[in-house]
Structure formats: structure tokens, C-alpha cells
Design a protein around this ligand. Structure first.
Ligand code: ATP
Ligand code: MG
Ligand code: MG
Ligand code: MG
Length: 467
């Protein structure tokens, strides 16, 4: 059946509420846990409970948790299933039920509530987890060859240390006609991981040692957008009702039709759709643009939105208008987006304007460089030119490269890197100079600093290392 994203969310939470789970609100994207920058999974707010540092209020809980995973940023728009921002539906047992119930309920949810045909599903277990294998085969009745044993991929941990354990995943098979002879769960043109059941019973310490937690816990994650993709019969998460209206808005502003656009334009639209959701929820949760930490991640995401907007032909500022759609889509479940609407839009507008100025200045300069006779004949932009754009005008080198390639030029990447190195050496030397001078002559220092003209916008200087 085709279900809306909101219906999928509600059905999931309801199913577990009926089975004794307390429905709890999503925690903030800014975790209480100081070791993590952003909430990356539904289990994060419960980490102290799993570690036995905090007593649970209830033995069972269920949530729809806002998550941001920056490690998936390069996958955005390139795979059908990855976002930076997504919602993870989860059911949790704090030392209450364990594998048998988690597997049986997970299966019942997927096959009865969401009515996915069992012969469209394949499951995985951790290679040494005979208990999980036996439950799937004997209690659920999955043919053994559709239970795949996996290695490290099926051992889940929230970070280098902390609670972890073997897991078992449910995959959707888009092409059962290909037969069961060669089931390769890493083939994402055929299989989509939708639900992960983690048997959270171990703790990893700083030396990598695994010790049993006091209790055996259950932590699960089902990707809302992925389930929506399957149930709505669309080719990727982006075309679900959870995200597509945002993409549609951006496409309208660019005067384009998403469906008849080429892959490159579609990718840009997906990046915009994804990153705008992240930015809206990050600002709603109190994150402001800055040069460090979460604020820098937000700024970086927003700058990618601006760049991709220009790539598809949008002039001027547009991100706040697109953000309005993301706010409208989220407000019934996450009311803080509407409550902080003005702040969100202002922050986006200011950031976007600043970045646009940098971009425009850089683009003009790049045009002049491209017009130089030697560049016209060699079709190569020198490392020094790329470096000047970056260092003086704050123009990211990857952007120079991208534009150059569009226009049929290449960039001397090695030359750029050697200029970067030279600059590092120079700045080290300059610091030494200043240190020496500082001992006796402050006036000279002031003169030195006055000579260094920074037309650019120094905040951008770390952009080059960031993709
Ligand atoms: P994948 O292998 O596809 O990258 P994962 O194994 O990293 O997914 P888990 O850490 O097991 O994902 O998270 C639990 C569930 O959350 C996944 O089964 C999936 O449905 C969803 N999920 C994970 N990462 C993303 C993402 N970047 N965007 C959308 N949904 C995601
Ligand atoms: Mg992943
Ligand atoms: Mg996986
Ligand atoms: Mg997984």
C-alpha cells in the first residue's frame, strides 16, 4: 500500500506502543553526549541507559529520531538512499526483551503492518551470531540461503568506544527475478537496507576491549525515508513525499522540471533538498553558522546549497524560500521549526548573501583567468592562479576545479598543493618573524599586519580541505 511518510511514522510508533513501548519525542540534534557532534542515531539519547549510568524511566521506548550523518555527505544525491538529515524510527529495550522478540516484532511490523511480501526480504546476521540465525530460520521461517552472514558491517557501534553489539538487518529486494543464487547485499541496485536490529550487549573501552554490559538491550533503526521509498514505489528516497516538495520548490525557482532534467541537475536538486532539511533542523535546534564544530557543518551544508543553486541556474538568494517548504513539511512533528521560522530564515539569508558575494567576486576573477591567452591555449589553470583565488578571494579550490571542468579546462592540482605548502611555510616563518620582533618593536608588527591585505573572507580558508 502507498503510505505517506507521516503514516509510516505513526504506524511504526503505534505498533510498538501497542507492545508496551513508551512513545518518546525526538531528542535534539545537539546531543547531551559531549563526545559526539550531532545525533547520528536513535540510540544516542539512551546511551547512558545502555551503559548503566542512568536508570531507564521505562523498560521499553519507541521514537522517531532526527539524525544527521555528515559521513554520508558525499553519498547525498549519488546513492538513492543516503541523506545527511533523516529520521530514524526505533524501538528500544533497556534490559527487557532481547533478540527473539526484537526479530519477531521487526518481521511482523515489516510484513504485516507495512505488508512487504516476505519473498521480497532478505536478512543478515553477524557471522558468529548463531542465535539470531536460528531465530530467523526456525521461529520466523526464512530459508537459510536468504539469511546472509556478514562481517563488521553487522557489528554496530555508535563510536570508537561505548555500547555496541552484533546486529541483524532487513533488506528489501527490488529484483527478486534475479534469483537467489547470488545474493549480494552490497549490491545496492538490487538490495536496500531498511531496518537494523542491534543486540546491544557489549561495551568497547578506549583500548578496544569488549566487555558485557550489565544488561542485554535492544536498539533498532528503521530509515523513515527508505521505507517511504519502498512503499511509495519511487526510485529513491528523494522522490518521497518527505523530501520531494522541497526539491520541487528549488526546481521551480530554477525554472526547471525535475523529472525531465539530466542526472547532474537532479543531483544538484537532491543536494539542495537534503541539505536544506539539515540546515533548517540544525538552526531550529539552536546551531548558528560559525567556523567551528556544528556551526561550521551547518555553514558548509548551506554553502553547498548555494553552489548547487547556482549550478542549476538560480540567481540571487533562494535558500530561505526553499527552507519554507522544509519548515511546512516538518512543523506538525517538529514544531520548533515553525516557532523559530524567522530566525531560521534570517540566518540562512545572511549566510547566503555573504557567500554569494564571495562566489561572485571569485567567479569574475576566474573568468579573467580563463581569458588569458596562455590559459586559452594550454587549457590548464596554473596552481598559482587557483591559489590566488583561494587565498586572496576565499574561493574554494574545488569550486575552481568544478567550473574549470565545465568550461573544458583542467586545473594544475599539484601546483596548487605546492603553493599551499609554500604558504604554510611562509606563515610559519612570518610567525617566527613576529615573535622575534615582538621582543622589541611593536610598531613594526603593526606595519607588517597592515600590509597584509585580506580581501577575502578568512572564514573560507578551511573550505578547501572540505568536500
Ligand atoms: P547503509 O549501509 O545503507 O549506509 P547503515 O548500515 O550505515 O546504512 P545504520 O547505522 O544501520 O545504517 O542505521 C539504521 C538505519 O537508518 C538504516 O538501516 C537505514 O534505514 C537508516 N539510515 C542510515 N543512514 C542513513 C542515511 N544516511 N540516510 C537515510 N537513512 C539512513
Ligand atoms: Mg552507512
Ligand atoms: Mg549498512
Ligand atoms: Mg546498518
Amino acid at each position: 500500500p502507498s503510505l505517506t511518510g507521516a503514516e509510516i511514522r505513526a504506524k511504526f510508533l503505534n505498533f510498538f506502543a501497542e507492545r508496551g513501548h513508551k512513545v518518546m519525542p525526538s531528542a535534539s540534534l545537539v546531543p547531551a553526549d559531549p563526545t559526539v557532534l550531532l545525533t547520528i542515531a536513535g540510540m544516542l539519547p539512551f546511551k547512558p541507559i545502555f551503559l548503566g549510568q542512568q536508570e531507564p524511566e521505562v523498560p521499553r521506548a519507541t521514537t522517531s529520531q532526527k539524525c544527521i550523518r555528515t559521513n554520508d555527505i558525499e553519498n547525498v544525491g549519488r546513492t538513492a538512499r543516503h541523506h545527511t538529515f533523516f529520521e530514524m524510527l526505533g524501538n528500544f529495550s533497556f534490559g527487557d526483551y532481547f533478540k527473539k522478540e526484537a526479530i519477531a516484532w521487526g518481521w511482523e511490523l515489516v510484513t504485516k503492518v507495512f505488508q512487504l511480501p516476505p519473498d521480497r526480504l532478505v536478512v543478515s546476521v553477524y557471522h558468529t551470531d548463531e542465535d539470531a540465525f536460528a531465530i530467523w530460520r526456525d521461529a520466523i521461517g526464512i530459508p537459510a540461503h536468504r539469511i546472509q552472514r556478514m562481517g563488521d558491517d553487522n557489528f554496530w557501534a555508535s563510536g570508537a568506544t561505548g555500547p555496541c553489539g552484533p546486529c541483524s538487518e532487513i533488506y528489501y529486494d527490488f529484483h527478486p527475478e534475479l534469483g537467489d543464487e547470488h545474493i549480494d547485499l552490497e549490491d545496492d541496485s538490487r538490495f536496500l537496507e531498511i531496518y537494523n536490529l542491534v543486540f546491544m550487549e557489549l561495551n568497547r573501552d578506549a583500548d578496544g576491549n569488549l566487555t558485557p554490559l550489565k544488561k542485554q538491550n535492544i536498539d533498532t533503526g528503521l530509515g523513515l525515508e527508505r521505507m517511504a521509498q519502498v512503499l511509495q514505489g519511487v526510485p529513491n528516497n528523494y522522490e518521497t513525499d518527505l523530501i520531494f516538495p522541497i526539491i520541487k520548490k528549488a526546481a521551480d525557482l530554477a525554472g526547471r522540471d525535475y523529472h525531465s532534467s539530466d542526472e547532474k541537475v537532479k543531483t544538484s536538486l537532491k543536494v539542495i533538498g537534503d541539505h536544506v532539511r539539515s540546515v533548517v533542523h540544525m538552526i531550529a535546534d539552536g546551531i548558528n553558522a560559525s567556523n567551528v564544530g556544528r556551526g561550521y557543518i551547518m555553514r558548509r551544508l548551506l554553502r553547498r546549497v548555494v553552489r548547487h543553486g547556482r549550478l542549476i541556474g538560480i540567481d540571487g538568494t533562494f535558500a530561505a524560500a526553499v527552507a519554507e517548504v522544509a519548515i511546512a513539511l516538518s512543523e506538525s512533528v517538529y514544531p520548533n521549526t515553525r516557532e523559530r521560522e524567522k530566525f531560521i530564515k534570517d540566518e540562512i539569508q545572511i549566510e547566503e548573501m555573504r557567500f554569494l558575494q564571495t562566489l561572485e567576486r571569485g567567479e569574475k576573477l576566474l573568468e579573467e583567468i580563463l581569458a588569458k591567452p596562455e590559459v586559452q591555449s594550454s587549457k590548464v589553470i596554473s596552481g598559482i592562479d587557483v591559489f590566488t583565488l583561494y587565498d586572496t578571494y576565499g574561493f574554494p579550490s574545488e569550486l575552481t576545479q568544478e567550473i574549470a571542468e565545465e568550461e573544458g579546462f583542467t586545473v594544475d592540482v599539484d601546483g596548487f598543493e605546492s603553493e599551499m605548502k609554500k604558504q604554510q611555510e611562509r606563515s610559519q616563518a612570518a610567525h617566527e618573524d613576529i615573535d622575534l620582533m615582538a621582543k622589541d618593536n611593536w610598531a613594526n608588527i603593526a606595519k607588517e599586519i597592515g600590509k597584509t591585505e585580506f580581501l577575502g573572507y578568512t572564514q573560507l580558508s578551511s573550505e578547501a580541505t572540505v568536500k
